[in-house]
Ligand binder design. Structure first.
Ligand code: PXP
Length: 255
């Protein structure tokens, strides 16, 4: 089954630029509205424990102003749970977080943290918030997500994005297999991290994957072409990869 592939635009790095100077601009909400207008199906923002980019106020403003779904990325802490329950975003994506890391470096170990995650997933679900777990494309982690009752998993595509040659091909195969396992288990697979116009194709082509969350590259590209255009170009790259392969007969002349 090939459903529509949604694009979630991660606006964290608009806030990174703002915070570099401690000004009120550029405004992540303004970026979110432009992205939605240009075709983003949702907006993703990561409220990190150290508040290095997105702030509490950004989450409050995004929650009250967006007309597309907000996906709040958060660590599995009681502080973040309280914030999520206060703002009730459409979805939360639970991510691992280390203070010293430059970005989210690996997937959540949902299997090992099962007992810690279970009450959090339940509290978010009971509040009507869709829970996603940011995991490695790994059967053991998917199994933990099933047992936790998470309706969504997002596969970390960092290894794929950084990989070259055969390593990258092997990683696509691993993500494809994991997406199949998740879908068969009744879990909706998403993917994200490190995706660009050039590498999004093989991931977008995996039919079970229903959403990609992409930020850093598109926000960087916006410096050159504008945010609306960078969203449109990513959307086009995803759609092209998702398009059904032409049938053997098509494209041939009639004569
Ligand atoms: N999905 C998740 C769960 C993430 O943590 C991130 C990075 O914040 C992304 C997607 C987007 O990654 P990138 O900014 O590299 O596109």
């Amino acid at each position: 089954m090939t459903g529509k592939l949604r694009l979630g635009v991660n606006i964290d790095h608009v806030a990174t630029v703002r915070n570099a100077r401690g000004t009120a601009y550029p405004d992540p909400l303004r970026a979110a509205l432009i992205a939605a207008e240009a075709g983003a199906d949702g907006i993703t923002a990561h409220l990190r424990e150290d508040r290095r980019h997105i702030s509490d106020e950004d989450i409050a403003r995004l929650s009250s102003s967006l007309t597309v779904p907000l996906n709040l990325e958060m660590a599995a802490t009681s502080e973040m749970l309280e914030i999520a329950l206060r703002h009730r975003p459409h979805a939360t994506c639970i991510v691992p977080e280390k203070r010293e890391e430059r970005t989210t470096e690996g997937g959540l170990d949902a299997a090992r943290q099962f007992d810690h995650l279970a009450p959090m997933v339940k509290a978010l679900t009971d509040a009507g918030i869709r829970v996603s777990l940011f995991i490695e494309p790994d059967a053991r982690q998917i199994d933990a997500a099933v047992r936790l009752g998470a309706p969504v998993v997002e596969f970390h595509t960092g290894l794929y994005a950084e990989g070259v040659g055969l390593a990258q091909t092997a990683e696509v195969a691993r993500i494809r297999e994991a997406a199949g396992i998740a879908a068969e288990s009744g879990i909706e697979p998403h993917a994200g991290h490190g995706l660009t116009y050039d590498n999004v194709g093989p991931i977008a082509a995996i039919p079970e994957i229903r959403e990609l969350n992409i930020g850093h590259f598109m926000i960087g590209e916006a410096i050159f072409v504008g945010l609306a255009e960078s969203v449109r170009q990513m959307r086009a790259a995803m759609d092209e990869a998702r398009a059904p392969a032409p049938s053997p007969a098509s494209g041939r002349g009639l004569g």
